[in-house]
Design a protein around this ligand. Sequence first.
Ligand code: ATP
Ligand code: MG
Length: 425
Amino acid sequence: MHLSFPEPIAAALPIIERLRENYFEAVFVGGAVRDSVLGLSIKDVDIATSARPEQVLGLFERCIPTGLQHGTITVVHEGETYEVTTFRLESAYEAHRKPESVEYITELDGDLLRRDFTMNAMALGLDGVLYDPYGGVQDLKKRRLRSVGDANARFQEDALRMLRAVRFIGIYQLRPAHHTWRAVLQHCHLMRFIALERVQVELDKMLAGAVPQRALRFVAASGLLFHLKDSLGPDIEFAMKEAEQSAFNKNLFERLHELTDLDLRWAFIAIVLNQSTETASHALQVLRFPTGRSRRIAAIVQVHFDMLSNVELFQGREFQRQWVKLVLVSGQAAASEWLQVARAAHAESSSFSKELLNDLERWLNEMTILSLKQLSVSGRDLIKHLQREAGPWVSECLKRLLFLAAIGELENEKQALLQEAAIQQ
Ligand code: ATP
Ligand code: MG
């Protein structure tokens, strides 16, 4: 197969040329080659070479010795960075994840053999000819994900490959080869050797794709998340098993892709699996989510549960009042993000009709004031005007004024607010 070079690969040709002028072998490898074959846009361009790391360092002006121990040098060329890695074998894997040692070799074949899946084990040379010793193109044509060599052995060496398998199946809409999938099911218990940070990165990547629900189905079917270093929690595990066992599962996440923001997708999953804010937060913490992200997701889940009880208890104007209160407590961001998630949630089974969500959105947009900072009086103004000593009454009073201004029952104007405060005393 002959490929014309897409732009990001063409831009890296001078690096390959330089290595070849110096009598080293050098080719493009990995995701860039796979994505060119598929005609998809390319993220990062990786190069494999017979040159040793110190030789690579000697050939290029701007280098960063990123992973010197395992043979990777980052070469900077015209503002772009490229990982240039020496052909290598990985021997004796330690704890089902890291190779104990790497051995540099001079042959491309050996280097491709260590790669995880056939579609990731192709190389593209300077002449545009694709080198594909394990039938990656054929597999891609059949939309099949297949391990290089014996899947059992490959997953035993490095258990992270199982999660990568699910990600590729989801993102590229592939089906796993029979043997590869059987090996995932057989070795899912090895997931406990994988750092949770790595699990999180993989899950994020699989959820970020165009059809995140496909990856989710395969994650659930694989059972990989039931064997993590730390448990995501019994409630979530139960909900995942239940979702997986019912045919309903497919529909549950049907509209997940409509949400473009990754954190909203996470919130959607927690809500659809009916997880409380606490269980969702626990799972996010187990997965080592950065605090900012997990707070944001938990806040959306919390709005959901508050709204579920509101919708049962209140109607009409009182419902609007409860919503405004909730927006003031949770913040406008969480409220409007929840609206987006609620819109994408499965329509028939939802407690929130489209009309209701439209009302909530309108009421949110009508709020001209959203926080104490925007209120035209301060605590100090109140103390002075009412001639009372400072105390907890100040913040209570400010909150009441904020609420009245937010719902439009009082103008956000100093005199009007002070007058109302005086009446309330
Ligand atoms: P993407 O960049 O889209 O996440 P990728 O396939 O490029 O996908 P990278 O992590 O960038 O993934 O790795 C580049 C290449 O290195 C892969 O295509 C594959 O050949 C090889 N590789 C990466 N991780 C592993 C692994 N755990 N086991 C075996 N080979 C791997
Ligand atoms: Mg890559």
